[in-house]
Design a protein around this ligand. Structure first.
Ligand code: SF4
Length: 210
């Protein structure tokens, strides 16, 4: 089945908003971020696995749903692009509600874990029942390392906020993991120990590229 509306969007935009890697359908809803990580590929090129993730304008709810269309051959839908999806919290909630209404796919959010600082409140309750899994970029075992690699605008509170977000998410979301990019100068064993102390496993990621 094809969505008649899909022909009304240029193909490039469709690929940019929703792109497939393996069995996952990724949604790219913003290029804005609460961090400026020194290792982020978006500051070099907005390409990931051949997908152009540069957004000329942030998509509306309707544009994202048109890009999702009728997904086939996937096992999950993931909010993850070259930006922090939870900056657009109300859009994430609205899209997740619609995806849950239409499909039975699990929904994951990959996040930098600073949404509670960005919004000035605990936003986890707004995701309960909609989001099945959250992967939080921890990326450091301490505040000094986090500030050096991720350039958080929240200073030392940024790292504390990420740790608190993991603990809070773990209470309410079925699956929560932390992740760290394997970079020179980042003690992965210490990151793993911290993640475990926060109650979640650590996934180590290699630096991604286009
Ligand atoms: S949080 Fe992710 S998208 Fe944002 S700057 Fe860091 S690596 Fe890039």
């Amino acid at each position: 089945m094809s969505d008649p509306n899909i022909s009304s969007l240029p193909q490039k935009n469709v690929a940019t908003l929703a792109y497939k890697i393996g069995n996952s359908l990724y949604l790219n809803i913003t290029n804005r971020c609460s961090n400026t990580c020194i290792f982020c590929p978006k500051f070099d090129k907005y390409k990931l696995h051949g997908n152009d993730l540069f957004l000329k304008a942030e998509p509306s709810f309707e544009e994202v749903m048109i890009a999702v269309a009728y997904p086939k051959g996937i096992s999950e839908i993931v909010f993850c692009g070259f930006g922090e999806s939870l900056i657009r919290l109300s859009l994430v909630v609205r899209i997740a509600q619609e995806l849950k209404r239409r499909y039975s796919y699990p929904i994951r959010i990959n996040t930098d874990g600073q949404a509670n600082l960005v919004h000035g409140r605990n936003i986890i309750p707004e995701l309960v029942g909609l989001v099945d899994s959250i992967s939080v970029s921890l990326n450091a075992p301490d505040a000094a390392t986090y500030m050096r690699f991720c350039n958080t605008p929240f200073g030392r509170d940024g790292f504390k906020g990420v740790c608190e977000f993991i603990v809070e998410a773990k209470k309410h979301i079925p699956h929560v993991i932390a992740s760290a990019v394997n970079l020179p100068g980042v003690d992965i064993d210490a990151c793993r120990a911290l993640a475990i102390s926060l109650g979640v496993p650590l996934r180590v990621r290699e630096l991604r590229g286009g």
